[in-house]
Design a protein around this ligand. Structure first.
Ligand SMILES: *Cc1c(COP(=O)(O)O)cnc(C)c1O
Length: 229
């Protein structure tokens, strides 16, 4: 394993701890997910040796293949952070432990019906903080109705909180404040939905200040992603 990987992981973790302390928060309440998309499975094995237990992937086939290849790492938690096509809902449910990108009722229904009597699947409701409806995520005003729908109709899904990617065009702090408002709206429906998935390589300190409980950090830990098809 490379000393670079070890050093980058330690550096990011130190910056997470600093940001948490500055915000008056306990770093132990923050889950650092390493986003390993486009990297080969051995990188995940290296991260595992360094103590990483939460990894994130954005494509279903890639997640399923890596999970099979690394099946001996039984206590890894696999987070799905990418857009989910409804027709892939069954495969995502079969391969992910946590889904960060639930953004519409049809997808909620499909994820639920993929395994209605199975162990509860933890989900985040993704919020679109951009003006582009083509981006992933529900519009902020649609998040509370989505929470209501899932709570009423999808008993095998457990809504844990909200997720967003900060838009490139706005200050992260302003974007994450809007996400925190969406989180409040979800908690009016589901009071124990206390998680917030926010913060990437470039903005995790701002996300921590805004209350993020789950950080999705890729390149700052893994280094540049390989070119992909
Ligand atoms: C790739 C990705 C990340 C990680 O991005 P970095 O800038 O490499 O830290 C986080 N969240 C989502 C949804 C992603 O697709």
């Amino acid at each position: 394993m490379t000393t670079d990987l070890t050093a980058r992981l330690a550096d990011v973790d130190a910056r997470i701890a600093d940001a948490a302390r500055s915000a008056g928060r306990d770093p132990a309440e923050i889950t650092r997910i390493v986003v390993t998309k486009f990297h080969a499975a051995p990188l995940i094995a290296d991260l595992y040796e360094l103590g990483v237990r939460d990894v994130g992937e954005s494509r279903q086939q890639e997640l399923s293949a890596k999970r099979d290849e690394l099946s001996e790492l039984a206590d890894l938690t696999w987070h799905f952070v990418g857009q989910v096509q409804t027709k892939k809902a069954r495969a995502v449910r079969a391969s992910a432990d946590v889904v960060h990108s639930l953004d519409r009722e049809r997808l909620a229904d499909a994820l639920h019906l993929a395994d209605p009597g199975g162990a509860a699947l933890d989900v985040f409701l993704q919020v679109n903080l951009t003006d582009d409806p083509g981006r992933g995520g529900a519009a902020p005003d649609d998040v509370e109705p989505l929470a209501t729908h899932v709570a009423a109709n999808c008993p095998s899904l457990r809504v844990r909180g909200v997720m967003a990617v900060a838009p490139l065009t706005a200050a992260p702090a302003e974007a994450f404040a809007r996400l925190a408002a969406a989180a409040d709206a979800v908690r009016r429906v589901i009071p124990d939905a206390t998680w917030m998935s926010a913060g990437m390589s470039g903005d995790f300190a701002e996300a921590i200040a805004a209350g993020a409980t789950h950080l999705r950090i890729g390149t700052a830990i893994t280094g540049p992603r390989p070119v992909h098809g």
